[in-house]
Design a protein around this ligand. Structure first.
Ligand code: NDP
Ligand code: MG
Length: 390
């Protein structure tokens, strides 16, 4: 089973670079066979130099990136075709989906249908198409292993347990930078403040989603699909230090929790090395948790009135059908509009609410319909903003 041959989508991003840190630290366990990114050709070329994959892809969303990619990356496969080629490469054992946003869905499904196991970071994929992705995984008998830290924690707590013995999944949330802010303060939040996460360093989209707690709602939906647990049995609790990554309460009253200092290196390693637990002590990636840190842990209830995005999103998840796809599209555009300074921070929730209100739901959307709904929601969000209706 080892060395495991890894295909990596989104290698230039936060998760992608940390995945390569893990490969670099455990050369006996892992080998990179394919890399894909969107626009950071310079870094992708450095990664190719170092890891020598047999396939390189670049989405290249502008002619300038395309020109640069052809110059710096001999043999590069461009466009969505490239992402699909990376996802289905014959010699790969596992696909790490670490792209941000909507682009992960088709390649992930292609990889599942090609019999690859999936280490999934891109939560939007499961949120918008959980019914399709999980069914495809069942049919192809492949595992979808979580990279997201909360889901990795739940998965670790569930090793060796039976689904019917679960009473509750309890996801932890740091609460983001505005956990203790007043409603007035939240009205006036700047982009810079929203990007300053107290405990995690991540890509921009997920950092803004963490400030609105949209991220936590997406994780509730992700957990629902990944572990096949009804929404009524999923709770969220604030854990400001981001040391307890999530918990499972069992029917006998026992609670298991997984703890470690906040770093994505650990959940990435666990997703790739399971069932092994390789020694990280001398790798310089994962610091040890000390008892004084454990003694200072806090848990708080989530103040729902401060986080309208959380409530809107969980409701969209519960409604199911095409609502989560509309949610993902609306959020993607709303976050982009906020980052461009075109709407204020509370505007993110207003945009999403209005898009969801205008959505005509479809009960069991297929892949094409799911992506169409996402696209519709993005355009609707943009229109609402351009026409100053939010
Ligand atoms: P980043 O924005 O840091 O990186 C995104 C990566 O995806 C980059 O390599 C980028 O390429 C690439 N990319 C973006 N759009 C496309 C596209 N359309 N086609 C191909 N490649 C694309 O994101 P993160 O690493 O922070 O997050 C990745 C995913 O993991 C997200 O879904 C996020 O929710 C999830 N996640 C992230 C965590 C974190 O700690 N960062 C924690 C848990 C989950 P390029 O840079 O070359 O343009
Ligand atoms: Mg998370």
């Amino acid at each position: 089973q080892f060395p495991k041959r890894i295909a990596l989508l989104g290698s230039t991003g936060s998760i992608g670079r940390q995945t390569l840190d893990i490969v670099r630290s455990f050369p006996d366990l892992f080998e990179v066979v394919a890399l894909a990114a969107r626009s950071n050709v310079q870094l992708l070329a450095e990664q190719v130099q170092e890891f020598r994959p047999s396939l390189v892809a670049c989405l290249a969303d502008t002619p300038e990136v395309e020109r640069q990619a052809c110059e710096l990356l001999p043999g590069v496969v461009l466009g969505e075709q490239g992402l699909l080629a990376v996802a289905t490469l014959a010699e790969a054992d596992v696909l790490v989906t670490a792209t941000s946003g909507l682009m992960g869905l088709r390649p992930t499904l292609a990889a599942i249908n090609a019999g690859k196991s999936i280490a999934l970071a891109n939560k939007e994929t499961l949120v918008m198409a959980g019914h399709i992705v999980m069914e495809a995984a069942r049919q192809n008998n492949v595992s979808i292993v979580p990279v997201d830290s909360e889901h990795s924690a739940l998965w670790q707590c569930l090793h060796g347990e039976r689904t019917e013995d679960i009473r509750k999944l309890i996801l932890t949330a740091s609460g983001g930078p505005f956990r203790t802010a007043s409603l007035e303060e939240i009205q006036a939040v700047t982009v810079e403040q929203a990007l300053a996460h107290p405990t995690w360093r991540m890509g921009q989209k997920i950092t803004i989603d963490s400030a609105t707690l949209m991220n936590k709602a997406l994780e509730v939906i992700e957990a629902h699909w990944l572990f096949d647990i009804p929404y009524e049995q999923i709770e969220v609790v604030i854990q400001p230090e981001s040391i307890v990554h999530s918990m499972v309460e069992f029917q006998d009253g026992s609670i298991k929790m997984q703890a470690s200092l906040p770093t994505m290196h650990l959940p990435i390693l666990h997703a790739l090395s399971y069932p092994l637990r390789p020694n990280t002590a001398d790798k310089g990636l994962i610091r040890e948790l000390s008892w004084p840190q454990v003694a200072q842990l806090h848990f708080e209830e989530l103040a729902l009135e401060r986080f309208p995005c959380f409530c809107l999103a969980v409701e969209a998840g519960r409604r199911g059908g095409s609502y989560p796809a509309a949610l993902v599209g609306a959020d993607e555009e709303a976050v982009a509009l906020f980052l461009e300074g075109r709407i204020d921070f509370p505007g993110i929730a207003r945009v999403i609410e209005q898009v969801l209100e205008r959505h005509d739901p479809i009960a069991q959307p297929d892949v094409a319909t799911t992506l169409e709904v996402c696209d519709w929601a993005r355009k609707m969000a943009l229109d609402l903003c351009t026409q100053k209706l939010v």
